[in-house]
Design a protein. Structure first.
Length: 624
């Protein structure tokens, strides 16, 4: 109650901050009404010590804020009409004393004529606006582009063109310039985004391939702004409402983070350095981005378990795991970089963590050091390209290349296998692995998870996070396991947090082999299953189609999400033709064919062992 009182008092006394706070709150609660997603309590609420009182406070303050803005809007909208009405009234009452009937009629006609004139003008303006909107957006000629390239970037012009090209791409049929293809517009957009926002060609091309134009600009814009500063209450030492009360009294303007966390607080502004308060020093909280709560919530550690945090420094997630375990059981917090061990141990000691052993190994070696099948749960918060945290580190825009991503995903694949090998499938309480990155690249996320599904006896389970977008199942020419839908992606423009990826596996057996593929029909369809030979043939044909698309588009990448009309047509026609020719097989025939194929593959594999180098080269190729 004391905290609640303090919070309210602060809200009234701090009126000068109310406006900026309202603005920020809007961003946090309503990132984008079109794509705002449902958030619910996390599945580990039982482990948190806080009560719902804090959330009530948030609701109360929100209600206040929305009431304000609603009444503001009302008065803004009503006032001019009232004034006009009174003015007319006054004028007519002035002249009323000596007016006769015809005078009134004349005035009335004049008013009618004025009204009619105004309506005509408004209509003409509307037509002009529509015409202007519908005007085709012409792309610059090669000569104009050459001239542009000679001077410094004309930022207002680039900004205008980005806006216009996005508008065309969103309504291509109506707005495109005659003779210009979607590819031409995408090419222009890619160039302009790279110059305006300062991305290298590689990264901007990947982003252009991943998102439709409108959303891409929203994402890139979101990367330009910092995310809200968050802190996590250390429940080993404090309760959130007590901490909130103390910090409010110090002049920290804050609120509960969101409904899905009972330990998070969002800080709007502060009169004191938030990383140097006595409460921070005493380990009452950790400064942590909202997204970094998520892998630990997905891991859902239980008391008395044996848990490995494979890449732990500076310990944001380890200390959260320890708090959820109430300092029971044991955590092995590993970090390869010796220098980073300092921050890890400092945080563990500041936060009062006593159940953790700090290790300094390459994570790939850990199964040998800690033992195979020895842990209840493993968290792999993997080293990555950081493409989800551009707002924190702008250098990512220019420093990441295809080679960097390839070397990241190569390491990630080795680490995920080590993570799985450490978990005991027979653990009574666990048997889970959580993989996370602060990257939005498919090669570092879905491709790594798909690889693990093929190499070990694991299956994906829901992350227990009821928000976030499902991971990709199809991405360009790549086809991932349908269960990838259980993984979660988080984006700054959608969730107002850093770009992040989370996946949770359950280990099904301690065997190191992947499970034999089942002959069962894939979920969700009555479609006839093709015999494996024809599937392989069809995949090969698809590849040919994609290859042709790339050839015909010179070096340019194809923007698939926007569904390029010409290319889409070509693909459909192609597969449509094939479908007519395809023979339908019975289930028995299909199973038999699959079994024969598998037997043939097994025989071939026995005869030809893969060298390690060849295997890695193959992996690198498949993740491109
Ligand atoms: C994303 S950060 C971890 C952040 C940490 N989990 C937290 O929440 O504070 C990834 C860490 O992995 C470490 N790392 C890189 N390669 C590694 C490897 N082969 N084995 C173990 N750790 C590694 C990096 O030094 C870095 O500290």
């Amino acid at each position: 109650m004391a905290a609640k009182g303090a919070m309210k008092k602060k809200a009234t006394s701090n009126s000068n901050k109310t406006n900026s706070r309202k603005k920020q709150k809007k961003e946090i609660e309503l990132p984008n009404p079109k794509i705002q997603e449902k958030v619910v309590d996390d599945d580990i609420s039982g482990s948190d010590v806080d009560s719902d009182v804090d959330d009530d406070m948030l609701v109360e303050q929100h209600r206040d804020d929305s009431d304000d803005s609603a009444s503001d809007a009302l008065s803004d909208g009503d006032q001019p009409f009232t004034d006009d009405f009174l003015q007319d009234d006054n004028k007519s009452s002035d002249s009323d004393s000596d007016s006769d009937h015809s005078d009134i009629e004349r005035k009335s006609k004049a008013i009618d004529a004025k009204k009619e004139k105004e309506e005509k003008e408004a209509e003409a303006e509307l037509v002009d606006n529509i015409k202007e909107q519908a005007d085709e957006v012409t792309l610059p000629t090669p000569q104009e582009l050459k001239e542009e390239a000679q001077g410094p970037p004309d930022l207002p012009r680039l900004q205008r063109r980005i806006k216009e090209v996005v508008r065309v791409l969103s309504n291509f049929k109506t707005l495109r310039q005659e003779g210009a293809s979607r590819k031409d517009y995408v090419k222009q957009l890619t160039m302009d985004l790279a110059s305006y926002y300062g991305y290298n060609d590689y990264l901007i091309e990947v982003l252009v391939e991943m998102f439709p134009a409108v959303e891409l600009v929203e994402l890139i814009e979101a990367f330009e702004k910092p995310r809200p500063m968050c802190l996590r209450t250390n429940t080993l030492k404090a309760r959130r409402r007590d901490l909130a009360g103390i910090l409010l009294n110090r002049g920290v303007n804050l609120d509960p983070l969101s409904k899905w966390s009972k330990v998070g607080l969002v800080v709007y502004d502060s009169q004191v350095p938030i990383g140097a308060t006595p409460e921070y020093m005493a380990g009452f909280y950790m400064l942590q981005s909202a997204s970094s709560f998520l892998p630990v919530m997905a891991l859902a550690p239980q008391e008395k378990e044996r848990i490995v945090d494979m890449a732990a420094a500076p310990g944001g997630k380890t200390t959260y795991v320890a708090a959820l375990m109430k300092n029971s059981g044991v955590i092995f917090a590993n970090e390869i970089k010796e220098k980073r061990l300092k921050s890890l141990t400092a945080n563990l000691s500041r936060m009062g963590v006593t159940n953790t052993v700090v290790c300094n190994y390459d994570g790939r070696e850990l199964p040998k050091v800690l033992g195979q099948n020895s842990a209840d749960r493993v968290l792999l918060d993997a080293p990555c390209s950081g493409t989800g945290v551009i707002s924190k580190d702008e250098s990512v825009k220019t420093s990441k290349s295809l080679e960097d991503i390839q070397s990241c995903c190569h390491l990630q694949k080795e680490l995920i296998l080590a993570a799985i090998d450490m978990v005991d499938a027979n653990s009574k309480s666990g048997g889970y692995i959580v993989y996370s990155t602060c990257s939005i690249m498919v090669a570092e996320n879905e491709a790594v998870i798909d690889y693990a599904l093929k190499k070990r006896d694991v299956k994906l389970v829901p992350c227990g996070l009821d928000f976030g977008r499902p991971g990709f199942i199809n991405y360009r020419e790549q086809r991932f396991h349908p269960s990838l839908e259980k993984t979660r992606r988080f984006y700054p423009h959608v969730h107002n947090m850093d770009g992040f990826f989370v996946a949770k596996f359950k280990k099904m057996s301690n065997s190191k082999a992947a499970p034999a593929p089942t002959t069962e029909q894939p979920e969700g369809g009555d479609e006839v299953i093709e015999p494996i030979d024809s599937v392989i043939k069809k995949k090969a044909e698809d590849k040919v189609v994609h290859h042709r698309i790339h050839e015909s588009s010179t070096k340019e990448k194809v923007h698939r999400e926007n569904g390029i009309a010409q290319h889409g047509k070509a693909e459909n026609t192609f597969s449509g033709k094939k479908r007519k020719e395809r023979k339908r097989f019975s289930r028995e025939e299909i199973s038999k064919s699959r079994e024969e194929k598998r037997a043939a593959l097994r025989t071939a594999a026995k005869g030809k062992p893969f060298s390690k180098e060849k295997k890695f080269a193959k992996e690198a190729r498949t993740t491109k």
